[in-house]
Design a protein around this ligand. Sequence first.
Ligand SMILES: *Cc1c(COP(=O)(O)O)cnc(C)c1O
Length: 393
Amino acid sequence: MSKLGQDLITITQRPDTVFVEGQGAWLTDEGGKRHLDLIQGWAVNSLGHSPSVITQALLAQSLRLLNPSPAYYNRPLLDLAQRLVAVSCFDRVFLASSGAEANEGAVKLARRWGSRMRGGAHEIVSFEQSFHGRTLAMMSASGKPGWGDIYPPMPGGFSKARLNDIASVERALTPASVAVMIELVQGEAGVVVADPGFVRELRALTRERGVLLIADEVQTGVGRCGTAFAYEQYNVEPDLMTLAKGLGGGVPLAALLCKEELNCFEPGDQGGTFCGNPLMAAVGLAVVNEVCRPDFLAEVQARAEQLSQGLQAIAREHGLVGERGLGLLRALVLPVDVAHDVVAAAQALEPVGLLLNAPRPHLIRLMPALNISAAEMDEGLALLRQALRNVLR
Ligand SMILES: *Cc1c(COP(=O)(O)O)cnc(C)c1O
């Protein structure tokens, strides 16, 4: 008997489960056991597993045109860009394949703008505990403890402030600063929501200093927080925004969006073999068309309210710390470091398991499909109760 994963380069520990099928809110493993999935590919599968909206877009586009080359326009690339411009406050779009790649593009564009308009300003201020991806530069941008010294030497030009502490941003800004990069909800840090007052002050401060504001909406964008983009709920307009995860609904797709005045790359400054390929762009267009409808977003808000209420009730029953989040990006805060045990207990439940994520030892993160039904949400909450009972008793 071979050991699971023996041919893979070891990157993380995974449970001994192989998933073979997904439908909506449910995943089925090789043994035939079903799991209610509240991870959904890390807030990626906005419409659940294998939704017809996506499978049909994939099929139709794959029969028509896979890859004309990034040197040419293709129709889905143009249509998705047009749609993203129509539903956001931005004017220009660059498509990429991952969140880290889109964020790298944002930093490059900000630095290009800085070299032209701000006398070579190039430093990026980001936040402690933040997560912006796993390329070397995005590891420098991220504020994850310990990430500064895994792969030395790290790219420079990034400094850190504290979320919800405007004085720390003022201290971090220097004449060389070109942008502040923020997650409006820090996902990997444990669903830490930026205060509305702080974000308003941050927007005013960056304007006053001639510094760009980059919103990393890789996790919060495309309906996840109950509006098309999280920045809408803060009544601010960033200068640049990045999207990935939910934009592709399960396929590798990302986007960098900017205001017209930042459209300052020279031909050849930026690109990529798969940037704007029609197969992924066709999926992104189908996802955005589905998610950005007002009636769809109203349902997301209703499910978010149901999840929040349910988590609050569970927190009261078990004497937990509480719950927090924005829309369908939420976390349950435990009084002790047993989140990994709860995740294991939830997956082990019989006859159906529950898939949860623990970004911190005392924290359970929930990121269901945006179109999860009310009944499935109730079932998820009941399974979570059971898993907590099994661990906390
Ligand atoms: C996941 C994530 C990224 C990185 O995206 P990848 O597609 O994994 O490169 C960047 N920023 C935030 C906020 C994320 O949640």
